[in-house]
Design a protein around this ligand. Structure first.
Ligand code: CTP
Ligand code: MG
Length: 230
């Protein structure tokens, strides 16, 4: 299970955070969010190579961060695209040919732990494609544009999907290629495989592994990290 390659899409604009900069440079417990995110993979014995995908204007700052933190496994910092999907595609391309198993993990998810990541790899090693998800706490309803409630969805059937997501390289590359050719867009990588009719395995994620998306997530993420350090 060694020789895993990591792609970290970090090329978004963080619009919902409204921070005026890429949210992944915001600081939690004295370290940029992106540094927390990278560290887990740097420390995992299963990982041999990491590629970070950044917006064009952020590439030199990301390279500096990697140098400053002393991360040894970062093989490339490459330029992202307009959509997350474009950024992941660019990251996959930058991984060396020796990498045949790829994990995609959002730069904005700094709370994944080394233990949860290694456990995820062990649990999913038999599957060509597998993802982490957690059960939904709230009741979920479908509505129309006017806000009329259309239906209540059966919560037991639903999962809130996270990263990491792991794939055999061949199937991930085919899915990205087919999707971009057809103009199909998905908010995660697994959705491209689903669109092709390819099976994806869901395993239990961790509730703490939030994506830092809106301002209150910063507060929550900082509290969780502080608790871990105390
Ligand atoms: N991402 C990316 N390239 C894009 C869009 C998103 O690499 N073109 C990355 C983000 O940097 C983030 C991850 O994908 O690490 C998940 O995306 P999201 O949380 O939506 O981040 P943003 O797109 O930056 O935020 P927003 O949607 O609020 O603008
Ligand atoms: Mg986004």
């Amino acid at each position: 299970m060694a020789n895993i390659g990591i792609v970290i899409p970090a090329a978004g604009q963080g619009k919902r955070m409204r921070a005026g900069c890429n949210k992944q440079f915001l600081v939690l417990m004295g370290q940029p969010i992106l540094a927390h995110t990278i560290r887990v993979f740097e420390e995992s014995n299963f990982v041999s190579e990491i590629v970070i995908v950044g917006a064009e204007g952020d590439i030199s700052v990301i390279k500096e961060l990697v140098y400053h933190q002393g991360f040894q496994k970062v093989a490339a910092v490459c330029k992202g695209g307009v959509l997350r999907q474009d950024s992941v595609r660019a990251g996959v391309r930058a991984l060396s040919p020796a990498i045949q198993r790829i994990v995609v993990h959002d730069g904005a998810r700094p709370l994944l732990t080394l233990q949860a990541f290694n456990q995820f790899l062990e649990e999913t090693q038999e599957y060509p494609a597998a993802i982490m998800g957690v059960s939904i706490k709230d009741t979920v309803k479908r509505v129309n544009l006017a806000g009329n409630v259309l239906e209540t969805l059966p919560r037991e059937d639903l999962r809130s999907v996270q990263t990491p997501q792991v794939f055999d390289r061949g199937i991930l590359e085919v899915a990205h290629y087919q999707a971009v050719s057809a103009g199909y867009y998905g908010t995660d990588d697994a959705s491209l495989l689903e669109w092709m009719g390819y099976p994806v395995q869901m395993v239990e994620g961790m509730q703490e592994n939030i994506k830092v998306t809106t301002p209150e997530d910063l507060w929550l993420a900082e509290r969780i990290l502080a608790m871990r350090e105390s």
